[in-house]
Design a protein around this ligand. Structure first.
Ligand code: NAP
Length: 361
Protein backbone atom coordinates (compact mmCIF):
# COMPACT_ATOMS: atom_id res chain seq x y z
CA UNK A 1 0.00 0.00 0.00
CA UNK A 2 1.40 3.43 -0.89
CA UNK A 3 1.47 6.33 1.58
CA UNK A 4 -1.61 8.57 1.84
CA UNK A 5 -1.90 12.06 3.35
CA UNK A 6 -4.79 12.16 5.77
CA UNK A 7 -6.83 14.75 7.69
CA UNK A 8 -8.75 14.04 10.91
CA UNK A 9 -11.93 16.09 11.31
CA UNK A 10 -13.03 16.16 14.95
CA UNK A 11 -9.45 15.45 16.02
CA UNK A 12 -9.99 16.79 19.56
CA UNK A 13 -12.95 14.51 20.36
CA UNK A 14 -13.01 11.07 21.93
CA UNK A 15 -13.01 9.25 18.57
CA UNK A 16 -10.60 11.79 17.06
CA UNK A 17 -8.11 11.06 19.85
CA UNK A 18 -8.41 7.35 19.09
CA UNK A 19 -7.73 8.09 15.42
CA UNK A 20 -4.54 9.89 16.37
CA UNK A 21 -3.25 7.13 18.64
CA UNK A 22 -3.83 4.60 15.84
CA UNK A 23 -2.56 6.79 12.99
CA UNK A 24 0.58 7.85 14.89
CA UNK A 25 1.96 4.36 14.14
CA UNK A 26 0.15 3.60 10.87
CA UNK A 27 2.36 2.25 8.05
CA UNK A 28 0.49 3.98 5.18
CA UNK A 29 -1.66 6.85 6.53
CA UNK A 30 0.26 10.04 7.39
CA UNK A 31 -1.72 12.68 9.30
CA UNK A 32 -1.07 16.13 7.77
CA UNK A 33 -4.13 18.06 9.00
CA UNK A 34 -6.09 18.22 12.24
CA UNK A 35 -9.51 19.89 12.14
CA UNK A 36 -12.13 20.71 14.75
CA UNK A 37 -14.55 23.52 15.65
CA UNK A 38 -13.84 27.26 15.65
CA UNK A 39 -13.21 26.86 19.42
CA UNK A 40 -10.04 24.87 18.68
CA UNK A 41 -8.95 26.47 15.41
CA UNK A 42 -5.64 28.35 15.53
CA UNK A 43 -4.47 26.56 18.69
CA UNK A 44 -1.83 23.86 18.80
CA UNK A 45 -3.32 20.39 19.19
CA UNK A 46 -1.93 20.14 22.74
CA UNK A 47 -3.68 23.41 23.71
CA UNK A 48 -6.92 22.57 21.93
CA UNK A 49 -7.34 19.09 23.37
CA UNK A 50 -6.01 20.08 26.83
CA UNK A 51 -7.68 18.19 29.67
CA UNK A 52 -10.08 16.50 27.21
CA UNK A 53 -7.30 14.04 26.28
CA UNK A 54 -8.78 10.75 27.52
CA UNK A 55 -6.43 8.09 26.10
CA UNK A 56 -4.19 6.06 28.41
CA UNK A 57 -1.11 6.87 26.35
CA UNK A 58 0.09 10.52 26.13
CA UNK A 59 -0.67 12.75 23.10
CA UNK A 60 1.61 11.40 20.32
CA UNK A 61 4.59 13.76 20.05
CA UNK A 62 4.15 14.45 16.32
CA UNK A 63 0.69 16.02 16.87
CA UNK A 64 1.33 18.22 19.93
CA UNK A 65 2.47 21.30 18.01
CA UNK A 66 0.34 20.88 14.90
CA UNK A 67 -2.06 23.82 14.55
CA UNK A 68 -5.72 22.82 14.44
CA UNK A 69 -7.76 24.11 11.49
CA UNK A 70 -11.43 25.05 11.34
CA UNK A 71 -13.30 22.10 9.80
CA UNK A 72 -15.74 24.43 8.04
CA UNK A 73 -13.83 27.61 7.20
CA UNK A 74 -10.46 26.06 6.24
CA UNK A 75 -11.87 23.51 3.83
CA UNK A 76 -10.63 25.24 0.64
CA UNK A 77 -7.04 25.18 1.93
CA UNK A 78 -7.33 21.47 2.66
CA UNK A 79 -8.26 20.36 -0.86
CA UNK A 80 -5.13 19.08 -2.62
CA UNK A 81 -3.30 18.66 0.69
CA UNK A 82 -4.99 15.43 1.79
CA UNK A 83 -5.90 12.23 -0.06
CA UNK A 84 -8.90 11.71 2.25
CA UNK A 85 -10.20 12.56 5.73
CA UNK A 86 -11.57 10.65 8.69
CA UNK A 87 -14.55 12.44 10.24
CA UNK A 88 -16.01 12.12 13.76
CA UNK A 89 -17.72 15.31 14.90
CA UNK A 90 -20.31 16.22 17.46
CA UNK A 91 -22.74 18.46 15.58
CA UNK A 92 -26.41 18.33 14.60
CA UNK A 93 -27.13 15.55 12.12
CA UNK A 94 -28.16 17.86 9.28
CA UNK A 95 -25.00 19.94 9.84
CA UNK A 96 -22.82 16.81 9.69
CA UNK A 97 -24.62 15.64 6.54
CA UNK A 98 -23.96 19.02 4.88
CA UNK A 99 -20.33 19.14 6.09
CA UNK A 100 -19.57 15.66 4.73
CA UNK A 101 -21.17 16.55 1.38
CA UNK A 102 -19.01 19.69 1.21
CA UNK A 103 -15.84 17.66 1.72
CA UNK A 104 -16.88 15.12 -0.92
CA UNK A 105 -17.73 17.94 -3.34
CA UNK A 106 -14.28 19.42 -2.73
CA UNK A 107 -13.00 16.04 -4.04
CA UNK A 108 -11.94 14.93 -0.56
CA UNK A 109 -13.16 11.39 0.20
CA UNK A 110 -14.68 11.10 3.70
CA UNK A 111 -14.45 7.99 5.85
CA UNK A 112 -16.96 8.75 8.55
CA UNK A 113 -17.77 7.58 12.05
CA UNK A 114 -20.85 9.80 12.17
CA UNK A 115 -24.37 8.46 11.75
CA UNK A 116 -25.63 11.28 9.49
CA UNK A 117 -25.18 9.39 6.19
CA UNK A 118 -25.68 5.81 7.36
CA UNK A 119 -29.03 5.61 5.60
CA UNK A 120 -28.17 7.58 2.48
CA UNK A 121 -28.92 4.95 -0.17
CA UNK A 122 -25.69 5.29 -2.15
CA UNK A 123 -23.38 5.66 0.87
CA UNK A 124 -21.84 2.31 1.80
CA UNK A 125 -21.98 1.40 5.52
CA UNK A 126 -19.27 -1.20 5.87
CA UNK A 127 -17.91 -3.70 8.35
CA UNK A 128 -15.00 -4.78 6.13
CA UNK A 129 -15.19 -8.47 7.11
CA UNK A 130 -18.92 -8.62 6.34
CA UNK A 131 -19.97 -6.43 3.43
CA UNK A 132 -16.84 -5.15 1.61
CA UNK A 133 -18.66 -5.42 -1.74
CA UNK A 134 -20.91 -2.48 -0.76
CA UNK A 135 -18.10 -0.05 -1.64
CA UNK A 136 -18.99 -0.66 -5.30
CA UNK A 137 -21.94 1.72 -4.79
CA UNK A 138 -19.42 4.60 -4.59
CA UNK A 139 -19.42 4.84 -8.40
CA UNK A 140 -23.15 5.73 -8.33
CA UNK A 141 -22.62 8.16 -5.47
CA UNK A 142 -19.85 9.97 -7.35
CA UNK A 143 -22.14 10.23 -10.35
CA UNK A 144 -24.91 11.77 -8.21
CA UNK A 145 -22.51 14.21 -6.55
CA UNK A 146 -20.74 15.03 -9.82
CA UNK A 147 -17.35 14.23 -8.30
CA UNK A 148 -14.31 12.41 -9.65
CA UNK A 149 -12.61 11.49 -6.37
CA UNK A 150 -14.94 12.72 -3.62
CA UNK A 151 -17.33 10.34 -1.85
CA UNK A 152 -18.57 9.40 1.61
CA UNK A 153 -18.21 5.95 3.16
CA UNK A 154 -19.31 5.22 6.72
CA UNK A 155 -18.85 2.63 9.36
CA UNK A 156 -21.79 1.35 11.36
CA UNK A 157 -22.78 2.13 14.93
CA UNK A 158 -20.51 0.75 17.64
CA UNK A 159 -23.18 -1.25 19.50
CA UNK A 160 -23.87 -3.73 16.71
CA UNK A 161 -20.22 -4.66 16.25
CA UNK A 162 -20.55 -6.77 19.39
CA UNK A 163 -23.22 -9.04 17.85
CA UNK A 164 -23.58 -8.65 14.03
CA UNK A 165 -20.11 -10.19 13.38
CA UNK A 166 -21.19 -13.19 15.50
CA UNK A 167 -24.57 -13.60 13.81
CA UNK A 168 -23.18 -13.15 10.30
CA UNK A 169 -21.31 -16.51 9.95
CA UNK A 170 -24.47 -18.24 11.26
CA UNK A 171 -26.80 -16.85 8.59
CA UNK A 172 -26.32 -20.07 6.60
CA UNK A 173 -28.47 -21.79 9.24
CA UNK A 174 -31.35 -19.40 8.54
CA UNK A 175 -31.57 -16.94 11.44
CA UNK A 176 -35.30 -16.50 12.06
CA UNK A 177 -34.83 -13.73 14.59
CA UNK A 178 -32.52 -12.55 17.34
CA UNK A 179 -32.80 -10.51 20.51
CA UNK A 180 -29.95 -8.57 21.98
CA UNK A 181 -29.28 -6.56 25.10
CA UNK A 182 -26.20 -4.34 24.90
CA UNK A 183 -24.21 -3.09 27.89
CA UNK A 184 -22.43 -0.06 26.51
CA UNK A 185 -19.33 1.75 27.73
CA UNK A 186 -19.32 5.45 28.59
CA UNK A 187 -16.66 6.30 25.99
CA UNK A 188 -19.43 5.57 23.47
CA UNK A 189 -21.00 8.83 24.66
CA UNK A 190 -17.64 10.61 24.42
CA UNK A 191 -17.41 10.43 28.27
CA UNK A 192 -14.99 9.41 30.99
CA UNK A 193 -15.77 8.71 34.66
CA UNK A 194 -14.74 12.33 35.37
CA UNK A 195 -17.19 13.78 32.87
CA UNK A 196 -19.99 11.28 33.58
CA UNK A 197 -20.02 10.91 37.40
CA UNK A 198 -23.70 9.91 37.35
CA UNK A 199 -22.76 6.50 35.89
CA UNK A 200 -20.68 5.42 38.91
CA UNK A 201 -22.60 2.72 40.85
CA UNK A 202 -25.35 2.98 38.26
CA UNK A 203 -26.92 1.73 35.03
CA UNK A 204 -28.82 4.07 32.73
CA UNK A 205 -31.49 2.18 30.76
CA UNK A 206 -31.69 4.57 27.80
CA UNK A 207 -29.30 5.71 25.07
CA UNK A 208 -31.06 8.07 22.68
CA UNK A 209 -31.54 6.57 19.20
CA UNK A 210 -29.35 3.56 19.95
CA UNK A 211 -31.98 0.82 19.83
CA UNK A 212 -33.24 2.01 16.44
CA UNK A 213 -29.67 2.00 15.07
CA UNK A 214 -29.00 -1.42 16.58
CA UNK A 215 -32.11 -2.84 14.91
CA UNK A 216 -32.02 -1.08 11.53
CA UNK A 217 -28.31 -0.89 10.64
CA UNK A 218 -27.78 -4.68 10.46
CA UNK A 219 -30.38 -4.83 7.67
CA UNK A 220 -28.44 -2.31 5.56
CA UNK A 221 -25.20 -4.21 6.22
CA UNK A 222 -26.88 -7.44 5.11
CA UNK A 223 -28.42 -5.70 2.09
CA UNK A 224 -27.20 -5.75 -1.51
CA UNK A 225 -26.14 -3.23 -4.14
CA UNK A 226 -28.79 -2.89 -6.86
CA UNK A 227 -29.09 -0.16 -9.50
CA UNK A 228 -26.68 2.21 -7.72
CA UNK A 229 -28.29 1.87 -4.29
CA UNK A 230 -27.98 -0.39 -1.29
CA UNK A 231 -31.27 -2.20 -0.83
CA UNK A 232 -31.53 -3.28 2.83
CA UNK A 233 -32.31 -6.90 3.66
CA UNK A 234 -35.72 -7.55 5.18
CA UNK A 235 -34.54 -10.33 7.49
CA UNK A 236 -33.32 -11.49 9.96
CA UNK A 237 -34.94 -9.13 12.41
CA UNK A 238 -33.06 -8.19 15.55
CA UNK A 239 -34.80 -6.59 18.54
CA UNK A 240 -32.53 -4.62 20.87
CA UNK A 241 -32.34 -3.03 24.32
CA UNK A 242 -29.33 -0.77 24.94
CA UNK A 243 -28.10 0.15 28.42
CA UNK A 244 -25.26 2.46 29.50
CA UNK A 245 -23.09 0.79 32.14
CA UNK A 246 -20.13 1.91 34.30
CA UNK A 247 -17.40 0.62 31.98
CA UNK A 248 -14.81 2.90 30.36
CA UNK A 249 -14.39 1.03 27.04
CA UNK A 250 -15.95 -2.10 25.52
CA UNK A 251 -19.53 -2.86 24.56
CA UNK A 252 -20.91 -6.23 25.68
CA UNK A 253 -23.95 -7.89 24.10
CA UNK A 254 -26.17 -10.67 25.48
CA UNK A 255 -27.60 -12.36 22.39
CA UNK A 256 -30.48 -14.80 21.86
CA UNK A 257 -31.00 -16.40 18.46
CA UNK A 258 -33.50 -18.72 16.74
CA UNK A 259 -32.64 -20.66 13.57
CA UNK A 260 -34.67 -22.23 10.77
CA UNK A 261 -32.18 -25.15 10.80
CA UNK A 262 -30.73 -25.39 14.30
CA UNK A 263 -26.97 -26.05 14.13
CA UNK A 264 -25.05 -28.01 16.74
CA UNK A 265 -22.89 -26.10 19.21
CA UNK A 266 -19.82 -27.51 17.44
CA UNK A 267 -21.06 -26.19 14.08
CA UNK A 268 -21.45 -22.70 15.54
CA UNK A 269 -17.98 -22.77 17.10
CA UNK A 270 -16.51 -23.99 13.78
CA UNK A 271 -18.32 -21.27 11.81
CA UNK A 272 -16.90 -18.62 14.16
CA UNK A 273 -13.39 -20.10 14.20
CA UNK A 274 -13.22 -20.34 10.39
CA UNK A 275 -14.83 -17.01 9.56
CA UNK A 276 -12.44 -14.63 7.81
CA UNK A 277 -13.17 -11.77 5.46
CA UNK A 278 -11.52 -9.56 2.87
CA UNK A 279 -9.31 -7.78 5.48
CA UNK A 280 -7.78 -11.10 6.52
CA UNK A 281 -7.34 -12.25 2.89
CA UNK A 282 -5.74 -8.93 1.94
CA UNK A 283 -3.74 -8.85 5.22
CA UNK A 284 -4.75 -5.22 5.78
CA UNK A 285 -2.53 -3.55 8.41
CA UNK A 286 -5.31 -3.13 11.03
CA UNK A 287 -7.06 -6.45 10.41
CA UNK A 288 -7.12 -8.89 13.32
CA UNK A 289 -5.54 -12.19 12.29
CA UNK A 290 -8.42 -14.09 13.88
CA UNK A 291 -11.66 -12.07 13.58
CA UNK A 292 -13.70 -13.97 16.21
CA UNK A 293 -12.10 -15.25 19.42
CA UNK A 294 -14.20 -17.74 21.38
CA UNK A 295 -13.43 -17.95 25.11
CA UNK A 296 -14.22 -21.20 26.91
CA UNK A 297 -14.26 -19.84 30.47
CA UNK A 298 -17.74 -19.23 31.91
CA UNK A 299 -16.80 -15.75 33.07
CA UNK A 300 -15.42 -14.45 29.74
CA UNK A 301 -15.36 -12.30 27.71
CA UNK A 302 -15.01 -9.43 30.16
CA UNK A 303 -14.74 -5.82 28.99
CA UNK A 304 -11.78 -4.99 31.19
CA UNK A 305 -9.80 -8.14 30.37
CA UNK A 306 -10.69 -8.81 26.75
CA UNK A 307 -11.52 -5.57 24.92
CA UNK A 308 -7.93 -5.15 23.68
CA UNK A 309 -7.83 -8.58 21.98
CA UNK A 310 -5.83 -8.13 18.73
CA UNK A 311 -5.37 -4.39 19.39
CA UNK A 312 -9.07 -3.97 20.08
CA UNK A 313 -9.99 -5.09 16.56
CA UNK A 314 -11.20 -8.65 17.23
CA UNK A 315 -14.68 -9.67 18.34
CA UNK A 316 -14.80 -11.83 21.48
CA UNK A 317 -17.51 -14.40 22.15
CA UNK A 318 -18.32 -16.67 25.05
CA UNK A 319 -20.98 -18.59 27.00
CA UNK A 320 -22.50 -20.25 23.93
CA UNK A 321 -25.28 -22.53 25.21
CA UNK A 322 -28.69 -23.84 24.24
CA UNK A 323 -31.77 -21.95 25.38
CA UNK A 324 -33.31 -24.60 27.65
CA UNK A 325 -36.59 -22.72 27.76
CA UNK A 326 -37.02 -23.29 24.03
CA UNK A 327 -37.92 -19.65 23.31
CA UNK A 328 -34.74 -19.25 21.25
CA UNK A 329 -32.24 -21.93 20.16
CA UNK A 330 -28.99 -20.49 21.56
CA UNK A 331 -27.71 -17.75 23.83
CA UNK A 332 -24.22 -16.24 23.89
CA UNK A 333 -22.19 -13.17 24.85
CA UNK A 334 -20.28 -10.86 22.49
CA UNK A 335 -17.78 -8.11 23.19
CA UNK A 336 -16.08 -5.49 21.03
CA UNK A 337 -14.00 -2.41 21.77
CA UNK A 338 -16.33 0.47 20.97
CA UNK A 339 -13.80 3.18 20.14
CA UNK A 340 -11.34 0.81 18.38
CA UNK A 341 -13.27 -1.79 16.33
CA UNK A 342 -16.51 0.15 16.93
CA UNK A 343 -15.24 3.59 15.89
CA UNK A 344 -11.75 4.79 14.92
CA UNK A 345 -10.19 1.35 14.32
CA UNK A 346 -13.16 0.20 12.23
CA UNK A 347 -12.90 3.37 10.13
CA UNK A 348 -9.15 2.91 9.65
CA UNK A 349 -9.75 -0.68 8.52
CA UNK A 350 -12.41 0.55 6.08
CA UNK A 351 -9.97 3.17 4.76
CA UNK A 352 -7.34 0.46 4.29
CA UNK A 353 -9.85 -1.56 2.25
CA UNK A 354 -10.73 1.53 0.16
CA UNK A 355 -7.02 2.30 -0.36
CA UNK A 356 -6.27 -1.28 -1.40
CA UNK A 357 -9.14 -1.15 -3.92
CA UNK A 358 -7.88 2.15 -5.40
CA UNK A 359 -10.66 4.48 -4.20
CA UNK A 360 -8.22 7.20 -3.01
CA UNK A 361 -6.10 7.20 -6.18
N1 NAP B 1 -17.48 7.62 21.07
C1 NAP B 1 -17.76 6.51 20.37
O1 NAP B 1 -17.52 5.36 20.78
C2 NAP B 1 -18.37 6.63 19.00
C3 NAP B 1 -18.55 5.47 18.28
C4 NAP B 1 -19.05 5.54 16.98
C5 NAP B 1 -19.38 6.76 16.46
N2 NAP B 1 -19.23 7.90 17.19
C6 NAP B 1 -19.60 9.16 16.53
O2 NAP B 1 -18.42 9.94 16.33
C7 NAP B 1 -18.74 11.33 16.42
C8 NAP B 1 -17.85 11.99 17.44
O3 NAP B 1 -18.06 11.38 18.69
P1 NAP B 1 -17.10 11.68 19.91
O4 NAP B 1 -17.51 10.74 20.98
O5 NAP B 1 -15.69 11.69 19.47
O6 NAP B 1 -17.54 13.20 20.27
P2 NAP B 1 -16.77 14.30 21.12
O7 NAP B 1 -15.78 13.67 22.04
O8 NAP B 1 -17.83 15.18 21.69
O9 NAP B 1 -15.92 15.11 19.99
C9 NAP B 1 -16.54 15.92 19.10
C10 NAP B 1 -15.57 16.55 18.08
O10 NAP B 1 -16.37 17.32 17.17
C11 NAP B 1 -15.80 18.61 17.05
N3 NAP B 1 -16.83 19.60 16.73
C12 NAP B 1 -17.89 19.98 17.47
N4 NAP B 1 -18.58 20.96 16.83
C13 NAP B 1 -17.94 21.18 15.66
C14 NAP B 1 -18.13 22.06 14.56
N5 NAP B 1 -19.14 22.93 14.54
N6 NAP B 1 -17.27 22.00 13.53
C15 NAP B 1 -16.23 21.12 13.53
N7 NAP B 1 -15.98 20.27 14.54
C16 NAP B 1 -16.82 20.31 15.60
C17 NAP B 1 -15.17 18.87 18.40
O11 NAP B 1 -14.23 19.92 18.28
P3 NAP B 1 -13.93 20.94 19.52
O12 NAP B 1 -13.04 20.21 20.47
O13 NAP B 1 -13.25 22.07 18.83
O14 NAP B 1 -15.24 21.31 20.12
C18 NAP B 1 -14.53 17.52 18.67
O15 NAP B 1 -13.33 17.40 17.95
C19 NAP B 1 -20.22 11.43 16.73
O16 NAP B 1 -20.95 11.61 15.53
C20 NAP B 1 -20.52 10.06 17.34
O17 NAP B 1 -21.87 9.70 17.15
C21 NAP B 1 -18.72 7.87 18.45
Amino acid sequence: MRTYNVGVVGATGMVGQRFLTILAKHPAFRVVALLASARSAGKTYAEAVGAKWAMQEPVPAQFKDMVVSDAEKDLDALAGKVDFVFCAVNMKKDEIRALEYRYAQHEIPVVSDNSAHRFTEDVPMVIPEINPEHIEVIAAQRKRLGTKRGFIAVKSNCSLQSYVPLLHPLKKYGIVNAAVCTYQAISGAGKTFDTMPEIVDNIIPYIGGEEEKSEQEPLKIWGEVKDGKIVPATAPSVTAQCLRVPVSDGHTAAVFVKFARKPSKEEILKAWAEFAGEPQRLALPSAPKQFIHYMEEDNRPQAKLDRMTENGMAICAGRLREDNMGIFDYKFIGLSHNTLRGAAGGAVLLAELLAEKGYFD
